[in-house]
Design a protein around this ligand. Structure first.
Ligand code: DLL
Length: 419
Protein backbone atom coordinates (compact mmCIF):
# COMPACT_ATOMS: atom_id res chain seq x y z
CA UNK A 1 0.00 0.00 0.00
CA UNK A 2 1.29 3.50 -0.84
CA UNK A 3 1.77 5.53 2.31
CA UNK A 4 2.56 9.19 2.00
CA UNK A 5 5.40 10.36 4.21
CA UNK A 6 5.08 13.95 5.35
CA UNK A 7 7.97 16.31 4.72
CA UNK A 8 7.33 17.78 8.14
CA UNK A 9 6.07 14.98 10.42
CA UNK A 10 4.63 15.81 13.82
CA UNK A 11 6.14 13.33 16.23
CA UNK A 12 4.50 13.61 19.63
CA UNK A 13 1.39 15.20 21.16
CA UNK A 14 3.73 17.58 23.08
CA UNK A 15 5.19 18.77 19.81
CA UNK A 16 1.73 19.21 18.30
CA UNK A 17 0.46 21.25 21.22
CA UNK A 18 3.70 23.25 21.13
CA UNK A 19 2.92 24.13 17.55
CA UNK A 20 -0.67 25.02 18.42
CA UNK A 21 0.61 27.34 21.18
CA UNK A 22 2.93 29.04 18.70
CA UNK A 23 -0.03 29.61 16.33
CA UNK A 24 -2.01 31.13 19.22
CA UNK A 25 0.97 33.33 20.21
CA UNK A 26 1.20 34.60 16.65
CA UNK A 27 -2.53 35.42 16.61
CA UNK A 28 -2.02 37.45 19.78
CA UNK A 29 0.90 39.34 18.28
CA UNK A 30 -0.98 40.29 15.13
CA UNK A 31 -4.21 41.21 16.98
CA UNK A 32 -6.21 38.58 15.15
CA UNK A 33 -9.97 38.47 15.96
CA UNK A 34 -9.51 34.99 17.50
CA UNK A 35 -6.99 36.39 19.99
CA UNK A 36 -9.62 38.91 21.10
CA UNK A 37 -12.06 36.01 21.71
CA UNK A 38 -9.40 34.26 23.82
CA UNK A 39 -8.70 37.42 25.79
CA UNK A 40 -12.43 37.81 26.58
CA UNK A 41 -12.25 34.39 28.24
CA UNK A 42 -8.95 35.08 29.94
CA UNK A 43 -7.28 32.20 28.09
CA UNK A 44 -3.61 32.47 27.18
CA UNK A 45 -1.64 30.28 24.75
CA UNK A 46 0.42 28.75 27.59
CA UNK A 47 -2.78 27.32 29.13
CA UNK A 48 -3.15 24.90 26.21
CA UNK A 49 -0.87 21.96 27.02
CA UNK A 50 -2.95 18.96 25.96
CA UNK A 51 -6.26 17.69 24.62
CA UNK A 52 -7.97 18.19 27.98
CA UNK A 53 -7.27 21.95 27.74
CA UNK A 54 -9.03 22.41 24.40
CA UNK A 55 -12.43 23.28 25.96
CA UNK A 56 -10.73 26.39 27.41
CA UNK A 57 -10.47 27.74 23.88
CA UNK A 58 -13.51 29.48 22.39
CA UNK A 59 -15.16 27.68 19.49
CA UNK A 60 -14.97 29.35 16.08
CA UNK A 61 -18.15 29.51 14.01
CA UNK A 62 -18.81 30.30 10.37
CA UNK A 63 -20.31 33.54 11.65
CA UNK A 64 -16.86 34.56 13.01
CA UNK A 65 -15.39 33.98 9.55
CA UNK A 66 -18.17 35.84 7.74
CA UNK A 67 -17.94 38.75 10.14
CA UNK A 68 -14.31 39.21 9.16
CA UNK A 69 -15.10 39.19 5.41
CA UNK A 70 -13.16 39.60 3.21
CA UNK A 71 -9.68 39.17 4.68
CA UNK A 72 -9.98 39.74 8.44
CA UNK A 73 -9.44 36.08 9.36
CA UNK A 74 -6.26 35.74 7.31
CA UNK A 75 -3.25 35.50 9.62
CA UNK A 76 -0.34 35.81 7.20
CA UNK A 77 1.22 38.88 5.68
CA UNK A 78 0.38 39.62 2.06
CA UNK A 79 3.72 38.26 0.80
CA UNK A 80 3.14 34.94 2.58
CA UNK A 81 -0.24 34.30 0.96
CA UNK A 82 0.02 31.97 -1.99
CA UNK A 83 -3.63 31.14 -2.71
CA UNK A 84 -7.13 32.38 -1.97
CA UNK A 85 -10.16 30.09 -2.17
CA UNK A 86 -13.78 30.78 -1.30
CA UNK A 87 -16.90 28.82 -0.40
CA UNK A 88 -19.79 29.12 -2.83
CA UNK A 89 -21.64 31.50 -0.50
CA UNK A 90 -25.16 30.49 -1.46
CA UNK A 91 -26.36 32.14 1.74
CA UNK A 92 -24.77 35.53 1.09
CA UNK A 93 -21.11 36.44 1.29
CA UNK A 94 -18.62 33.64 0.74
CA UNK A 95 -16.03 32.62 3.30
CA UNK A 96 -12.62 33.61 1.97
CA UNK A 97 -9.89 31.10 2.79
CA UNK A 98 -6.18 31.76 2.31
CA UNK A 99 -3.15 29.45 2.19
CA UNK A 100 0.58 29.97 2.48
CA UNK A 101 2.82 27.83 0.28
CA UNK A 102 3.34 25.63 3.37
CA UNK A 103 -0.44 25.26 3.84
CA UNK A 104 -0.75 24.12 0.22
CA UNK A 105 2.04 21.58 0.72
CA UNK A 106 0.28 20.27 3.82
CA UNK A 107 -2.98 20.05 1.84
CA UNK A 108 -1.27 18.11 -0.95
CA UNK A 109 0.31 15.72 1.56
CA UNK A 110 -2.97 15.19 3.35
CA UNK A 111 -4.75 14.41 0.11
CA UNK A 112 -1.96 12.05 -0.92
CA UNK A 113 -2.17 10.35 2.47
CA UNK A 114 -5.96 10.01 2.18
CA UNK A 115 -5.81 8.52 -1.32
CA UNK A 116 -2.75 6.45 -0.46
CA UNK A 117 -4.77 4.65 2.22
CA UNK A 118 -6.61 3.00 -0.69
CA UNK A 119 -3.40 2.25 -2.56
CA UNK A 120 -3.60 4.96 -5.24
CA UNK A 121 -0.16 5.22 -6.85
CA UNK A 122 1.93 5.42 -9.98
CA UNK A 123 -0.11 2.82 -11.85
CA UNK A 124 -3.32 4.78 -11.53
CA UNK A 125 -5.07 7.16 -13.88
CA UNK A 126 -7.16 9.51 -11.75
CA UNK A 127 -10.07 11.30 -13.40
CA UNK A 128 -10.93 14.36 -11.32
CA UNK A 129 -14.54 15.30 -12.00
CA UNK A 130 -14.80 17.79 -9.16
CA UNK A 131 -14.98 21.43 -10.25
CA UNK A 132 -11.68 23.31 -10.40
CA UNK A 133 -11.71 26.92 -9.26
CA UNK A 134 -12.62 28.69 -6.06
CA UNK A 135 -14.18 25.40 -4.92
CA UNK A 136 -11.42 23.26 -3.43
CA UNK A 137 -12.47 19.83 -4.73
CA UNK A 138 -10.67 19.81 -8.10
CA UNK A 139 -7.36 21.28 -6.99
CA UNK A 140 -7.23 19.28 -3.74
CA UNK A 141 -7.51 15.96 -5.58
CA UNK A 142 -5.14 17.23 -8.25
CA UNK A 143 -2.35 17.90 -5.75
CA UNK A 144 -2.82 14.62 -3.92
CA UNK A 145 -2.93 12.45 -7.05
CA UNK A 146 0.12 14.16 -8.58
CA UNK A 147 2.11 13.75 -5.40
CA UNK A 148 1.36 10.02 -5.48
CA UNK A 149 2.73 9.84 -9.01
CA UNK A 150 -0.60 8.97 -10.61
CA UNK A 151 -1.55 10.27 -14.07
CA UNK A 152 -4.19 12.96 -13.63
CA UNK A 153 -7.08 13.74 -15.97
CA UNK A 154 -8.25 17.20 -14.81
CA UNK A 155 -11.70 16.70 -16.33
CA UNK A 156 -13.46 19.08 -13.90
CA UNK A 157 -17.24 18.74 -13.52
CA UNK A 158 -19.81 18.72 -16.32
CA UNK A 159 -19.97 17.60 -19.97
CA UNK A 160 -20.96 14.14 -18.82
CA UNK A 161 -20.79 12.57 -22.28
CA UNK A 162 -17.18 13.68 -22.56
CA UNK A 163 -16.46 12.37 -19.05
CA UNK A 164 -17.49 8.85 -19.95
CA UNK A 165 -15.63 8.93 -23.26
CA UNK A 166 -12.41 10.09 -21.55
CA UNK A 167 -12.85 7.52 -18.83
CA UNK A 168 -12.97 4.71 -21.38
CA UNK A 169 -10.42 5.98 -23.87
CA UNK A 170 -7.79 7.01 -21.29
CA UNK A 171 -8.32 4.00 -19.01
CA UNK A 172 -9.19 5.90 -15.82
CA UNK A 173 -8.80 3.60 -12.80
CA UNK A 174 -9.95 6.13 -10.18
CA UNK A 175 -12.86 8.57 -10.32
CA UNK A 176 -13.22 11.51 -7.91
CA UNK A 177 -16.44 13.55 -7.79
CA UNK A 178 -19.50 14.21 -5.68
CA UNK A 179 -21.62 11.10 -5.11
CA UNK A 180 -24.53 12.72 -6.94
CA UNK A 181 -22.33 13.39 -9.97
CA UNK A 182 -21.07 9.79 -9.79
CA UNK A 183 -24.70 8.72 -10.04
CA UNK A 184 -25.14 10.88 -13.11
CA UNK A 185 -22.00 9.41 -14.67
CA UNK A 186 -23.26 5.90 -13.95
CA UNK A 187 -26.63 6.75 -15.55
CA UNK A 188 -24.79 8.02 -18.61
CA UNK A 189 -22.74 4.81 -18.77
CA UNK A 190 -25.85 2.67 -18.36
CA UNK A 191 -27.05 4.04 -21.72
CA UNK A 192 -23.74 3.25 -23.45
CA UNK A 193 -22.60 0.08 -21.73
CA UNK A 194 -19.74 -0.38 -19.29
CA UNK A 195 -17.43 -2.24 -21.68
CA UNK A 196 -13.95 -0.78 -21.74
CA UNK A 197 -14.24 0.88 -18.33
CA UNK A 198 -11.21 0.19 -16.08
CA UNK A 199 -12.36 1.97 -12.91
CA UNK A 200 -11.48 0.24 -9.64
CA UNK A 201 -11.96 3.03 -7.10
CA UNK A 202 -14.22 6.03 -6.63
CA UNK A 203 -13.52 8.80 -4.11
CA UNK A 204 -16.71 10.59 -3.23
CA UNK A 205 -17.49 13.46 -0.89
CA UNK A 206 -18.40 17.11 -0.69
CA UNK A 207 -21.95 16.22 0.35
CA UNK A 208 -23.67 13.65 2.53
CA UNK A 209 -24.28 10.26 0.97
CA UNK A 210 -25.82 7.14 2.43
CA UNK A 211 -24.46 3.58 2.62
CA UNK A 212 -27.35 2.65 0.35
CA UNK A 213 -26.16 5.06 -2.37
CA UNK A 214 -22.67 3.64 -1.87
CA UNK A 215 -24.08 0.18 -2.69
CA UNK A 216 -25.73 1.51 -5.86
CA UNK A 217 -22.53 3.24 -7.04
CA UNK A 218 -20.29 0.26 -6.29
CA UNK A 219 -22.55 -2.01 -8.31
CA UNK A 220 -23.25 0.30 -11.22
CA UNK A 221 -19.63 1.47 -11.67
CA UNK A 222 -17.94 -1.80 -10.63
CA UNK A 223 -15.77 -0.02 -8.02
CA UNK A 224 -15.01 0.26 -4.34
CA UNK A 225 -16.55 3.60 -3.27
CA UNK A 226 -14.42 5.48 -0.73
CA UNK A 227 -15.70 8.31 1.45
CA UNK A 228 -13.35 11.28 1.75
CA UNK A 229 -14.23 14.29 3.89
CA UNK A 230 -13.12 17.89 4.08
CA UNK A 231 -14.24 21.49 4.05
CA UNK A 232 -12.91 24.72 2.59
CA UNK A 233 -12.26 26.29 5.98
CA UNK A 234 -9.87 23.44 6.80
CA UNK A 235 -8.24 23.70 3.28
CA UNK A 236 -10.65 21.52 1.25
CA UNK A 237 -10.83 17.74 0.83
CA UNK A 238 -8.27 15.78 2.86
CA UNK A 239 -9.31 16.05 6.50
CA UNK A 240 -10.28 12.37 6.72
CA UNK A 241 -10.82 9.38 4.45
CA UNK A 242 -11.81 5.75 4.50
CA UNK A 243 -9.41 2.99 3.65
CA UNK A 244 -10.72 -0.04 1.70
CA UNK A 245 -11.95 -1.57 4.99
CA UNK A 246 -14.68 1.15 4.92
CA UNK A 247 -14.59 1.12 8.67
CA UNK A 248 -14.81 4.82 9.50
CA UNK A 249 -12.68 7.66 8.18
CA UNK A 250 -9.04 7.95 9.23
CA UNK A 251 -8.35 11.49 10.42
CA UNK A 252 -5.24 13.28 9.14
CA UNK A 253 -2.48 13.98 11.63
CA UNK A 254 -2.81 17.73 10.99
CA UNK A 255 -6.16 17.93 12.73
CA UNK A 256 -7.50 17.24 16.14
CA UNK A 257 -11.14 16.25 16.08
CA UNK A 258 -13.58 16.70 18.94
CA UNK A 259 -17.26 15.84 19.08
CA UNK A 260 -19.38 18.34 20.98
CA UNK A 261 -22.99 18.27 22.01
CA UNK A 262 -24.44 20.79 19.51
CA UNK A 263 -26.62 22.41 22.18
CA UNK A 264 -24.48 22.48 25.33
CA UNK A 265 -21.13 22.44 23.48
CA UNK A 266 -19.87 19.94 26.07
CA UNK A 267 -17.30 17.46 24.68
CA UNK A 268 -18.76 14.00 24.04
CA UNK A 269 -16.54 10.95 24.37
CA UNK A 270 -19.16 8.68 22.82
CA UNK A 271 -22.00 8.98 20.36
CA UNK A 272 -22.89 11.46 17.68
CA UNK A 273 -22.46 15.21 17.91
CA UNK A 274 -21.00 18.15 16.06
CA UNK A 275 -17.53 17.65 14.63
CA UNK A 276 -15.17 20.40 15.79
CA UNK A 277 -11.73 20.68 14.18
CA UNK A 278 -8.47 22.30 15.20
CA UNK A 279 -5.40 22.42 12.97
CA UNK A 280 -1.89 22.66 14.39
CA UNK A 281 -0.40 23.20 10.97
CA UNK A 282 -2.53 25.71 9.12
CA UNK A 283 -0.76 29.10 9.11
CA UNK A 284 -2.60 31.58 6.89
CA UNK A 285 -6.07 30.72 8.11
CA UNK A 286 -6.35 29.67 11.74
CA UNK A 287 -8.75 26.84 12.38
CA UNK A 288 -9.19 26.63 16.12
CA UNK A 289 -12.08 24.56 17.46
CA UNK A 290 -14.02 25.23 14.29
CA UNK A 291 -17.67 24.13 14.50
CA UNK A 292 -18.22 22.31 11.22
CA UNK A 293 -21.98 21.71 11.82
CA UNK A 294 -21.33 18.18 10.52
CA UNK A 295 -22.75 15.38 12.63
CA UNK A 296 -20.44 12.44 13.24
CA UNK A 297 -18.90 10.42 16.07
CA UNK A 298 -15.37 9.39 16.98
CA UNK A 299 -14.70 5.68 16.65
CA UNK A 300 -12.97 3.39 19.08
CA UNK A 301 -10.90 0.26 18.43
CA UNK A 302 -8.37 -0.24 15.68
CA UNK A 303 -8.87 -0.56 11.94
CA UNK A 304 -7.86 -3.90 10.38
CA UNK A 305 -5.83 -1.95 7.78
CA UNK A 306 -3.24 -1.23 10.50
CA UNK A 307 -3.29 2.56 10.13
CA UNK A 308 -3.17 3.83 13.72
CA UNK A 309 -4.79 7.27 13.22
CA UNK A 310 -7.98 8.19 15.07
CA UNK A 311 -11.14 7.61 13.08
CA UNK A 312 -14.53 9.26 12.75
CA UNK A 313 -17.82 7.89 11.49
CA UNK A 314 -19.21 8.96 8.14
CA UNK A 315 -21.01 12.30 8.31
CA UNK A 316 -24.74 11.69 8.70
CA UNK A 317 -25.71 15.24 7.77
CA UNK A 318 -25.33 18.82 8.88
CA UNK A 319 -27.08 19.95 12.02
CA UNK A 320 -28.64 22.75 9.96
CA UNK A 321 -29.95 20.22 7.37
CA UNK A 322 -32.26 18.52 9.83
CA UNK A 323 -35.95 19.07 9.10
CA UNK A 324 -38.45 18.65 11.89
CA UNK A 325 -41.53 16.94 10.49
CA UNK A 326 -44.42 16.18 12.87
CA UNK A 327 -42.01 16.20 15.76
CA UNK A 328 -39.48 13.88 14.12
CA UNK A 329 -36.01 15.04 13.00
CA UNK A 330 -35.43 13.95 9.39
CA UNK A 331 -32.13 14.14 7.51
CA UNK A 332 -31.98 14.15 3.69
CA UNK A 333 -29.57 11.19 3.81
CA UNK A 334 -32.32 9.13 5.48
CA UNK A 335 -34.70 9.83 2.61
CA UNK A 336 -31.92 8.80 0.22
CA UNK A 337 -31.40 5.56 2.15
CA UNK A 338 -35.14 4.80 2.03
CA UNK A 339 -35.38 5.44 -1.74
CA UNK A 340 -32.25 3.49 -2.69
CA UNK A 341 -33.49 0.17 -1.34
CA UNK A 342 -36.74 0.09 -3.34
CA UNK A 343 -36.45 -1.88 -6.61
CA UNK A 344 -37.70 0.02 -9.64
CA UNK A 345 -36.74 3.49 -8.32
CA UNK A 346 -33.68 5.53 -9.27
CA UNK A 347 -31.61 6.82 -6.30
CA UNK A 348 -32.35 10.50 -7.16
CA UNK A 349 -34.66 12.42 -4.83
CA UNK A 350 -35.51 15.96 -3.80
CA UNK A 351 -37.20 17.17 -0.65
CA UNK A 352 -39.58 20.12 -0.63
CA UNK A 353 -39.95 22.00 2.62
CA UNK A 354 -42.39 24.76 3.45
CA UNK A 355 -44.05 26.30 6.48
CA UNK A 356 -47.79 25.90 7.05
CA UNK A 357 -49.41 27.64 10.02
CA UNK A 358 -45.95 28.07 11.47
CA UNK A 359 -45.22 24.34 11.22
CA UNK A 360 -42.57 22.70 9.05
CA UNK A 361 -44.05 20.56 6.31
CA UNK A 362 -42.09 18.32 3.96
CA UNK A 363 -42.68 16.04 1.02
CA UNK A 364 -40.31 14.56 -1.53
CA UNK A 365 -40.16 13.46 -5.11
CA UNK A 366 -38.22 10.52 -6.50
CA UNK A 367 -38.15 8.82 -9.90
CA UNK A 368 -39.00 5.63 -11.70
CA UNK A 369 -35.77 3.93 -12.83
CA UNK A 370 -35.41 3.98 -16.64
CA UNK A 371 -35.55 0.17 -16.81
CA UNK A 372 -38.65 -0.18 -14.59
CA UNK A 373 -42.17 -0.41 -16.01
CA UNK A 374 -44.81 2.22 -15.13
CA UNK A 375 -47.15 -0.53 -13.91
CA UNK A 376 -44.51 -1.57 -11.33
CA UNK A 377 -44.93 1.80 -9.64
CA UNK A 378 -47.94 1.06 -7.36
CA UNK A 379 -45.90 -1.76 -5.79
CA UNK A 380 -42.81 0.50 -5.57
CA UNK A 381 -44.92 3.20 -3.89
CA UNK A 382 -46.13 0.70 -1.25
CA UNK A 383 -42.57 -0.41 -0.56
CA UNK A 384 -41.31 3.15 -0.43
CA UNK A 385 -43.98 4.20 2.08
CA UNK A 386 -42.85 1.34 4.35
CA UNK A 387 -39.18 2.03 3.86
CA UNK A 388 -39.56 5.79 4.57
CA UNK A 389 -41.50 5.08 7.76
CA UNK A 390 -38.94 2.50 8.76
CA UNK A 391 -35.85 4.69 8.19
CA UNK A 392 -37.14 8.10 9.29
CA UNK A 393 -39.94 7.18 11.69
CA UNK A 394 -42.28 9.55 9.82
CA UNK A 395 -44.87 9.04 7.07
CA UNK A 396 -43.53 11.64 4.64
CA UNK A 397 -45.73 12.16 1.55
CA UNK A 398 -44.00 11.59 -1.79
CA UNK A 399 -44.56 11.43 -5.51
CA UNK A 400 -42.79 9.17 -8.03
CA UNK A 401 -41.85 11.09 -11.18
CA UNK A 402 -40.95 9.78 -14.61
CA UNK A 403 -37.23 9.00 -15.31
CA UNK A 404 -35.18 12.22 -15.46
CA UNK A 405 -37.87 14.24 -13.64
CA UNK A 406 -35.44 15.52 -11.00
CA UNK A 407 -32.78 18.03 -12.07
CA UNK A 408 -29.26 16.54 -12.04
CA UNK A 409 -26.17 18.35 -10.81
CA UNK A 410 -22.50 18.24 -11.78
CA UNK A 411 -21.40 19.08 -8.26
CA UNK A 412 -23.28 19.25 -5.00
CA UNK A 413 -26.97 18.53 -5.43
CA UNK A 414 -29.57 20.73 -3.76
CA UNK A 415 -31.42 18.10 -1.75
CA UNK A 416 -33.90 20.37 -0.01
CA UNK A 417 -35.92 22.99 -1.89
CA UNK A 418 -37.25 25.47 0.64
CA UNK A 419 -40.48 26.94 -0.71
O1 DLL B 1 -16.89 20.20 -0.10
C1 DLL B 1 -14.51 20.09 0.22
C2 DLL B 1 -14.51 18.75 -0.39
C3 DLL B 1 -14.36 18.61 -1.75
C4 DLL B 1 -14.65 17.63 0.41
C5 DLL B 1 -14.34 17.37 -2.30
C6 DLL B 1 -14.60 16.36 -0.14
C7 DLL B 1 -14.47 16.25 -1.51
P1 DLL B 1 -17.08 22.89 1.15
O2 DLL B 1 -17.69 23.29 -0.13
O3 DLL B 1 -16.58 23.93 2.07
O4 DLL B 1 -15.85 21.96 0.92
O5 DLL B 1 -18.16 22.01 1.89
C8 DLL B 1 -17.85 21.37 3.10
O6 DLL B 1 -19.41 19.58 2.66
O7 DLL B 1 -18.86 20.71 6.00
C9 DLL B 1 -19.84 18.79 4.83
O8 DLL B 1 -21.10 19.31 5.22
C10 DLL B 1 -19.88 18.43 3.35
N1 DLL B 1 -18.99 17.29 3.08
C11 DLL B 1 -17.74 17.32 2.57
N2 DLL B 1 -17.27 16.06 2.44
C12 DLL B 1 -18.23 15.23 2.91
C13 DLL B 1 -18.35 13.81 3.05
C14 DLL B 1 -15.87 20.74 0.30
N3 DLL B 1 -17.40 12.97 2.65
C15 DLL B 1 -19.06 20.61 3.60
N4 DLL B 1 -19.48 13.34 3.61
C16 DLL B 1 -18.78 19.87 4.87
C17 DLL B 1 -20.48 14.16 4.00
C18 DLL B 1 -19.33 16.02 3.33
N5 DLL B 1 -20.43 15.48 3.88
Amino acid sequence: MTRMRRTDPLASPEEKFGRLRSILENLKEINHPYAARMAERGVRPEHIRGRGDLPLLPATTKYDLLRSYPTGWIAGERKEIARIHATNGTTGKPVIVACTAGDIRMWAENMAWCMGLSGVGEDDVVQISFAYGLFTGGLGYHYGAELLGAAVIPASAGFTDRQTILMKDLGATVLACTPSYALRISENLAGKGREGISLRLGFFGGETWSDELRGVLEKSLGIKAIDLYGLSEAMGPGVAAECPEQNGLHISDDFIAEILDPVTLEPKEEGEGELVLTSWSRRAYPLIRYRTRDLASLMTGSCPCGEPSPRMSRVRGRSDDMLIFRGVGVFPSQVEAAVCVVPGLSPSYQIRAWKENGLQNISFVCERAPDARPDDMPRAADELAKSVKNVTGAAIPFEILEPGGIPRSDGKTVRVLKQ
